[in-house]
Design a binder for this molecule. Structure first.
Ligand code: SF4
Ligand code: SF4
Length: 700
């Protein structure tokens, strides 16, 4: 047995040296990135939350199990990695014990002869084998050769994925060869329980040499796999738990992150574009968390399959956005990690690569890719390893807008209007209160302090105050609150845009300006509770204003109305005999997890028959307006709002409902086009759930 041990241990040392070298390289590359101290601080201060995240996301595979067939297969293969580690412990024990005593009958102390462990090892290996068969079938069915862009694997490194499956298969069959032979020689530590090993033993001859070959093959396969893993996308085995640990909680949605330079939040009064990092213009300006995202991508393509831009033939794939940055980071890594002397020896080709802009016609990411994103969050929501695509996109947009002044020109008009008039349309602030004149009751305009008896500040939003279709929602909500006896006031001309479109475009400076102005107004008025009809305003007020010192209790109107209906303060009576399909606004649903309340309201309206679209709730499909896309032309591929309305039409609805003024406009425009083309019935309309509710209440 001595030669077996020598071969096994020498091979192990060589593989560990190769793998260790690669791990050191990856560590140094990530460390060369921008600091992200907030990630470490959060993990440190929220140990309980992080443990729960590891249990649910990593060990429980929550997100993957939403994709039932592949998720179940992955669940078993992942657990095989943990449980079969005990088989490798036994293998190394046998290797060493065999060399010392001549008999490789090692068992793990205390639990090593327990039949339950023997059973568990065999069971998980068989389950993983079935998982491999499922993976193979899924990959063949979803082959990019067959489905083209429709395949979530389109653009992924397919060779590496097949090799990974092959290596896991090798781990399993060599395990059974080793254990089956050990059953016959009497060296397997389990008298019973290892059912599959015992079955394999029946077809093997009794041979110590066969056991030794099995042992060496089993160890050898693992060593080759280890070296391959740390050099491939399968690296996620090790990095996924770390990426989950350092991800934002509860997820990378909701608030956009403030701009940081050298790990500190940038103060625009003191910031200097010459010395501070403004977003990301080069790969070396990526934070270590960004590098960790690159290392962790499994190339599964779940993000790509849900992306509205990708699904309407635009060049943006969230997966490729991560992979292209990763490939570039690896290409420039030798220079980034070289010492000063060594750097002098690099040729022009490497230096050119280093100067390659992150975004540009000849950059790592094409501008059409960057500007196609609606910030809908479908990618972040689906990513099983918590990669934060929107953070990457926003950082790149910030550099493009604030340093390069390079962005779709149409959006420039919106920025100018925000700066000069405080709303994207450039309308007079006096128009913000005009909708009140159409009501038959008084709405107090708060110009100083909130009166004691006024409970909510109704944040109307620019669209809600100035856009005709959205104004109908505003009036419906005001009337409903009035009927329910909820005291509320509005800021009227004192309200300015929350800054969401500026921030999502990348103009952080303007966002800061508008946000600070609004926070001052809200704080001076002593506002505590806010109700907002626009999910973008709702998200900004609730999740982003606390970054600048504005902390309020913010609800979306659907949350408040559902509560009032539940309490019996609003009672829909008149039946609305319509078939209605509800469209989830991304910034209400995915970004803030409000899925139930709009549906609860509709469920309480008599006569309403609801029908879900194929893509709904956390897999809902964007209307195309988020991420400041509302203010840009959509020149590439199919229009996202048309795609969404096509899907709505498959439910044959009488009405499409939603809970966002931007969705209302986008879907309304697409429905009008369909009507003009004779592809939708004339009576079809899109309404806010508040309009449905008031209709049922008022007619009663
Ligand atoms: S946020 Fe939405 S549009 Fe942007 S990359 Fe992700 S899925 Fe695509
Ligand atoms: S980013 Fe996440 S969802 Fe997208 S391919 Fe990578 S691992 Fe999969």
């Amino acid at each position: 047995m001595l030669w077996v041990a020598i071969v096994g241990l020498v091979a192990t040392a060589a593989a560990l040296a190769l793998a260790g070298r690669r791990v050191l390289f990856l560590y140094r590359l990530a460390k060369s990135g921008q600091p992200a101290p907030e990630r470490i601080a959060y993990a440190r201060e929220n140990v309980g939350t992080e443990i729960k995240a590891q249990l649910v996301e990593v060990f429980g595979q929550r997100k993957l199990l939403k994709w039932t067939p592949s998720g179940t297969a992955h669940f078993f293969v992942m657990w095989a990695f943990f449980i079969l580690a005990t088989v490798y412990l036994e293998a190394y024990g046998a290797l060493i014990q065999g060399a010392i005593t001549g008999r490789p009958d090692f068992h793990i102390p205390l639990i090593g002869t327990w039949p339950v462990l023997g059973f568990l090892q065999d069971f998980i290996a068989v389950a993983a084998l079935l998982g491999l068969i499922a993976f193979t079938a899924i990959r063949i069915k979803n082959s990019p050769k067959k489905l083209g862009r429709g395949s979530r694997f389109s653009g992924s490194h397919l060779g590496g994925a097949w090799f990974t499956l092959f290596m896991i298969f090798n781990v399993i069959w060599t395990m059974f060869l080793f254990r089956g032979a050990a059953v016959n020689t009497g060296n397997l530590p389990y008298a019973s329980g290892a059912f599959a090993s015992e079955a394999v033993a029946k077809i093997l001859p009794t041979s110590e040499v066969l056991e030794e070959i099995g042992l060496l093959l089993h160890i050898g396969v693992m060593l080759v796999f280890l070296v391959f893993v740390v050099n491939s996308k399968h690296l996620h085995i090790f990095t996924a738990p770390m990426n989950v640990l350092f991800s934002r909680r509860p997820d990378g949605l909701g608030a956009a992150q403030p701009m940081r330079s050298d790990g500190k939040v940038l103060d625009f009064e003191e910031a200097d574009p010459e010395t501070d990092v403004f977003g990301r213009g080069k790969i070396q300006e990526t934070s270590w968390k960004g590098f960790l995202d690159f290392y962790t991508c499994t190339e599964c393509g779940r993000c790509q399959s849900q992306c509205p831009a990708w699904n309407t033939d635009k060049p943006l794939s969230p997966k490729m956005l991560i992979l292209d940055q990763r490939d570039h980071a690896f290409a420039v890594a030798p220079y980034l990690l070289a010492g000063e002397k060594e750097k002098e020896s690099f040729g022009q080709d490497v230096l050119a690569l280093l100067d390659k802009p992150l975004v540009g016609e000849d950059g790592v990411i094409h501008p059409d890719v960057l500007w196609s994103c609606t910030n809908c969050g479908a990618c972040v929501e689906q990513c099983p390893v918590d990669i934060e695509h929107i953070d990457h996109i926003l950082d790149m947009r910030r550099y493009q807008v604030m340093i390069e002044s390079s962005f779709p020109s149409e959006a420039g008009v919106m920025l100018k209007n925000l700066e000069n008039k405080g709303n994207p349309w450039g309308m007079s602030e006096m128009k913000r209160a005009e909708w009140i004149e159409e009501l038959d009751f008084e709405v107090p305009i708060i110009d100083e302090k909130m009166p004691e008896d006024v409970e909510y500040l109704f944040w109307v939003g620019c669209a809600g105050a100035l856009e005709d279709r959205a104004k109908k929602t505003t009036k419906a909500v005001a009337e409903l609150l009035h009927i329910a006896g909820v005291k509320f006031g509005v800021l009227g001309p004192m309200e300015a845009c929350t800054g969401d479109p500026a921030r999502r475009l990348g103009m952080e400076f303007l966002f800061n300006m508008l946000a600070q102005q609004n926070i001052e107004t809200l704080n001076d008025a002593g506002v505590k509770k806010i109700v907002a009809t626009c999910p973008h305003c709702f998200n900004t007020l609730a999740n982003e204003y606390p970054q600048l010192g504005g902390t309020y209790e913010v609800v979306h109107h659907t949350q408040l109305l559902a509560h009032l209906v539940e309490e019996g303060r609003l009672t829909p009576i008149t039946p609305i005999e319509e078939k209605i399909t509800y469209h989830d606004p991304c910034f209400l649903g995915r970004h803030n997890k409000v899925y139930a309340q709009p549906r609860d309201i509709m469920a309480k309206v008599p006569g309403v028959q609801t029908q879900e679209m194929h893509r709904c709730k956390d897999r809902g499909f964007c209307c195309g307006a988020g991420g400041a896309r509302m203010w840009m032309e959509e020149r590439i591929g199919k229009r996202i709002n048309t795609e969404r309305v096509d899907e709505a039409l498959t439910t044959d609805p009488d009405t499409v409902s939603t809970a966002c003024p931007f969705c209302l406009v986008m879907l309304g425009d697409a429905i009008n086009e369909k009507k003009n083309a004779g592809q939708a019935k004339e009576s079809l309309e899109v309404v806010d759930v508040a309009q449905l509710l008031i209709k049922s209440i008022k007619q009663g």
